[in-house]
Design a protein around this ligand. Structure first.
Ligand SMILES: NC(=O)c1ccc[n+]([C@@H]2O[C@H](COP(=O)([O-])OP(=O)(O)OC[C@H]3O[C@@H](n4cnc5c(N)ncnc54)[C@H](O)[C@@H]3O)[C@@H](O)[C@H]2O)c1
Length: 379
């Protein structure tokens, strides 16, 4: 099959961006939402973004016009998918809603149409099994904002056909993104499996030691090569997103994450991070603000417990055949912005020391910390 026509279901934060990058790559795009008003807003945002690219001389006005004209907003579902080769679903992260959308879609879309979901955390195989065509269903996880973020995780379900995996990866390449294949439909896929548990671990460290938030964040930035501190990154991502991912991941696997209650508390108190003015840190206005982190502060904190946490999850992904070191490093670079490879950091600290740390944590705080067999074998 030659994929030329893409229908994007949902025109919110992610949907309008995915429509824009698809049209920029030359696809004919239909953007669908449940109300015309939502589509009008999305088209305005796309126009704003294209105008900005023109003003920065990244494209000509003529190119921007033709990209814009390749996106057709349509409310009626049957009409929206009439000519589609691939449907990318970007509706809110609620399983019941997604299943309802797929039941409607399954009834009106041609039998060869590929269904790709941008879900961050929901089980791909479970959605696939609610369809008459599980072999045509796949996860395609773009990061926010899709116009800028290079990484896309591609997640086949148990029954996804090789042809659909190949076509999806070709599509990702054609929109100038890099795909990493998460070979098994595991909770959190790759990036969230590394990132979300680490936020909770940093909270546990605050309880268990005298380390301050800025010391931990400085060490994460300057010693582990993150683009910012882990609390800062949590504030940037939003406690709503982190809380939702925590619940979904923990529901599916207790070993992936050791939830710290502060995340739920902050979510309930609407301390969502940068966007609400307060999360772990306070922010004075709506503009993106950086937390002052320094190399001197970094020297005051040894991040071995955080490295142990992220590495144990990375090892789990490899042991369970969901990924490998090369793909994990690629995902960490493009999805988390890591400037230093995870396994290089691990070697610097010493895998033996990391395993020892995990064993100590496990004897104090329980099975969650038991080292993955792969780490034990790498000592
Ligand atoms: N926001 C992020 O940072 C982010 C990052 C990666 C993945 N995701 C995932 O992308 C998906 C969408 O998230 P979002 O942040 O763009 O949400 P959003 O709330 O901004 O947008 C969702 C849109 O879907 C529309 N919608 C609801 N029901 C629909 C239907 N039946 N048909 C078509 N449209 C419908 C809503 O009106 C809304 O415009 C979720 O699965 C989320 O987990 C989000």
């Amino acid at each position: 099959m030659d994929v030329k026509n893409i229908t994007v279901l949902g025109s919110g934060i992610m949907g309008h961006g995915i429509a824009q990058v698809s049209a920029t790559a030359g696809y004919n795009v239909v953007l669908r939402d449940i109300e015309q008003g939502f589509l009008d807003k999305a088209m305005e945002k796309i126009k704003w973004s294209l105008d900005k690219l023109v003003s920065k001389e990244k494209m000509t006005q003529q190119e921007a016009n033709s990209i814009y004209s390749r996106i057709t907003p349509i409310v009626n579902l049957a009409e929206a998918v009439k000519n589609a080769h691939m449907v990318i679903e970007v509706v809110p992260e609620i399983m019941e809603l997604k299943k309802k959308v797929y039941a409607e879609l399954d009834a009106v879309a041609g039998k060869d149409v590929i269904f790709a979901s941008n879900t961050s955390t929901l089980p791909i195989t479970e959605i696939a099994n609610s369809l008459s065509r599980p072999e045509k269903f796949i996860g395609i996880h773009f990061f926010n904002p899709p116009q800028l973020m290079k990484l896309v995780e591609v997640i086949p379900g148990e029954k996804t056909s090789q042809e659909v995996i190949d076509l999806t990866q070709e599509y990702v390449k054609s929109v100038k993104k890099e795909s990493v294949l998460c070979r098994r439909d595991v909770p959190g896929f790759i990036i969230n499996r590394l990132f979300i548990p680490m936020v909770h671990e940093a909270c546990h460290i605050m309880d268990r030691t005298d380390a301050t938030m800025t010391e931990i964040d400085s060490a994460v930035k300057f010693k582990l090569g993150f683009p910012m501190g882990i609390f800062e990154l949590a504030d940037f991502t939003g406690m709503d997103v982190i809380h939702k991912a925590t619940i979904e991941m923990h529901l599916r696997d207790k070993k992936v994450i050791f939830p710290h209650p502060i995340i739920e508390k902050m979510f309930n108190e609407k301390k969502l991070g940068q966007k609400s003015g307060e999360g772990f840190y306070k922010y004075s206005d709506e503009k993106y603000e950086r937390v002052p982190l320094t190399e001197e502060l970094a020297e005051k904190f040894n991040p071995i417990q955080l490295v142990a946490n992220i590495l144990n999850n990375a090892a789990w992904l490899i042991s369970n055949k969901a990924s490998d070191i090369v793909e994990i490093e690629k995902a960490s670079l493009l999805g988390l912005g890591l400037k230093k490879q995870l396994f290089i950091t691990a070697k610097e600290i010493g895998i033996k020391n990391i395993v020892e740390e995990l064993n100590q944590l496990s004897s104090r705080y329980g099975k969650f910390y038991e080292p993955d067999p792969l780490l034990i074998s790498m000592q």
